[in-house]
Design a protein around this ligand. Structure first.
Ligand SMILES: [Zn+2]
Length: 324
């Protein structure tokens, strides 16, 4: 493990045992959902009120099996590089300033009173390697999209839109996490939030879409209905709640959802004024489950899911071929 620069307040010896215990407690509190705790945990602590700097041209690595706990401030200056190896963890309880680069192959935990800021960029492999409860304003650069078995993911997050399709056999209902999150949100909000539409399989979407086409013509149908294989409802991670009437946007309930749904792991998938990117007009009822940490990151970024993931979006790429 590389040593932090002299300005750091890293202390070993007597304090180490205490910090190991502290870090263990901290890990349990912060990282309840990740099971890859380092095997030979050695903790290096940046104390509260102190700070450590990684200077331009320097590289600081959190090695596999190591935890670095930042109770004070860790500052990666412009031109510096922080690497969190697979099996290593960087736990931020104070402030992490990324003004250079941070390569995240291991785990990054950000407690609710902590912040990750700076003008640099955080390179992420898998979004579930971040557990963010605090403020995260540093830019995130996701990995390139991966297509496997007809399903496109970016850093482990499934993406389906007009430009990116999903395999016809994918999905078999709403995921348990999605259902549980909706239930928690209902309880806390006090709104009933009836499920208008949850999981829709490929065949159902063929029938729904082509039915709208025969009634209204394809041009009109495509404004509010997805082509089969392009509906996010097929992921089992998407719900339409309460009402799909445009007037729903003006209700207190829609406002509550817009402000709070990220706390339960959802985002309003098609925000206002982003039709060119998402392919859909504002739908305050259409919620996509991402898990609480990723939903918070997307929410805090102010970006659409396409922008956040660096994924293609916009309109369909070709003509629709009718099944009958
Ligand atoms: Zn929907």
């Amino acid at each position: 493990m590389r040593k932090l620069s002299p300005r750091s307040a890293v202390k070993f010896g007597k304090m180490k045992r205490f910090f190991l215990i502290l870090a263990a407690v901290f890990s349990v509190l912060l990282c309840g959902c990740h099971d890859e705790t380092p095997t030979t945990t050695e903790v290096i602590v940046v104390e509260e009120g102190k700070f450590a700097a990684i200077k331009s041209g320097e590289e600081y690595t959190v090695k596999s099996g190591f935890s670095v706990l930042v109770n004070g401030k860790l500052r990666g200056e412009p031109g510096s590089k922080i690497v969190v190896e697979d099996g290593g963890e960087l736990l931020v309880n104070g402030e992490l300033e990324v003004s250079g680069e941070l390569l995240l192959e291991g785990f990054l935990g950000v407690s609710d009173s902590a912040s990750v800021c700076g003008a640099g960029t955080v390179f992420v492999n898998e979004f579930d390697e971040i557990n963010c409860e605090g403020r995260f304003t540093a830019k995130i650069t996701p990995p390139a999209p991966v297509v496997k078995d007809g399903v496109t993911t970016v850093g482990g997050v499934i993406i389906v839109n007009k430009a990116i399709s999903i395999s016809p056999d994918y999905g078999n209902g709403l995921t348990e996490d999605t259902e549980a999150a909706l239930e928690r949100m209902r309880k806390d909000s006090g709104y009933e939030m009836p499920l208008i539409s949850g999981f829709r399989d490929y065949e159902t979407q063929v029938a729904v879409f082509e039915n709208w086409c025969s009634k209204n013509g394809i041009e009109d149908a495509e404004r509010f209905s997805s082509r089969p294989g392009h509906s996010e409802h097929q992921t089992g991670l998407t719900v339409d709640v309460t009402s799909t009437d445009d007037l729903f946007a003006f209700t207190d309930e829609a406002r509550w959802i817009g402000e709070n749904c990220y706390k339960y792991g959802f985002i309003v998938r098609y925000p206002k004024g982003k039709e060119e990117i998402t392919g859909y007009v504002y739908e305050p009822w259409h919620l996509r489950y991402l898990g609480t940490s990723t939903a918070k990151l997307v929410h805090d970024s102010g970006l659409t899911l396409e922008e956040f993931l660096g994924a293609e979006g916009g309109d369909y790429r070709g003509e629709y071929v009718f099944s009958r």
